[in-house]
Design a protein around this ligand. Structure first.
Ligand code: PGA
Length: 247
């Protein structure tokens, strides 16, 4: 791999704020010395106040609204996130798309606003099990990328996470062949729409754990991971960080 890999932990709606500090202290004790990997921790919004880390550790929000302020009850703006010195925002996670009905249009508004605010975005894409079975994987991914990145001219602050929906939280990791094919397709789609030499990070997500991480990180085109379940336990997340640091 010719760029520094990224290991990102998406806590989803888990851990109260007081657990955040204990978790972060444990991670820094275990792997605070790593040099060859960037680590991103995405607690719920309430946990972000308790998280203070320095590179190569970063914190991330799991969502945002695209407007700076206004009458949007229950929403959090990018301004608010930026004021906490947070550098990354995850957008378009399949749970947001499916449970909260987020459209590619909304996702694009978020991505545009994040880029305008000079933050980095982790844009999640991936097909459902039915879409894969009916041979639509590439159509779905292309659509999510092209609509998600519409009107964005500079994608240097964009990271794409390939997360097949059927592999998320199921223990059913995609095969090396499926991952390599999807990552290569994503890379080519990005290159077709931007610079041919474009080399943004493409992460894999979907049942990554400390047992399969070593094999998965060696797949051609995998620049790191977006991890849900296995990021919740500091020891298991630290083992994955160590594995990626050594690759
Ligand atoms: P998982 O979740 O690692 O629990 O499969 C990944 C994700 O939702 O980002």
């Amino acid at each position: 791999m010719n760029k520094k890999p990224i290991v990102a932990g998406n806590w989803k709606m888990n851990k109260v704020p007081s657990e955040t500090k204990i978790y972060t202290d444990t991670i820094l004790d275990l792997v605070g010395h790593v040099k060859s990997v960037s680590v991103i921790l995405a607690p719920p919004f309430t946990g972000l106040f308790e998280m203070s880390v320095e590179p190569p550790f970063y914190s991330a929000a799991q969502n945002c609204h695209w407007e700076d302020s206004g009458a949007f009850t229950g929403e959090i703006s990018i301004n608010m996130i930026k004021d906490l010195s947070i550098s990354y925002i995850i957008v378009g996670h399949s749970e947001r798309r499916q449970i909260f009905n987020e459209s590619n249009d909304w996702i694009n508004k978020k991505v545009r606003s994040i880029i305008t605010n000079d933050l980095k975005v982790i844009l999640c894409v991936g097909e459902t099990s039915n879409e894969r079975k009916s041979g639509e994987t590439e159509i779905v991914i292309k659509n999510q990328i092209e609509k998600g990145l519409k009107s964005i001219s500079d994608i240097s602050n964009v990271i794409i996470a390939y997360e097949p929906v059927w592999a998320i939280g199921t223990g059913d990791t995609a095969s090396a062949k499926q991952i390599e094919a999807a990552h290569s397709f994503i890379r080519n789609t990005v290159r077709d729409n931007y610079d041919k030499r474009n080399d943004i990070h493409i992460l894999y997500g979907g049942s990554v754990n400390s047992t399969n991480a070593k094999e998965l990180i060696q797949i051609n085109g995998v620049d790191g991971f977006l991890i849900g379940g296995a990021s919740l336990d500091a020891n298991s997340f630290a083992s994955i960080i160590k594995i990626v640091d050594l690759v």
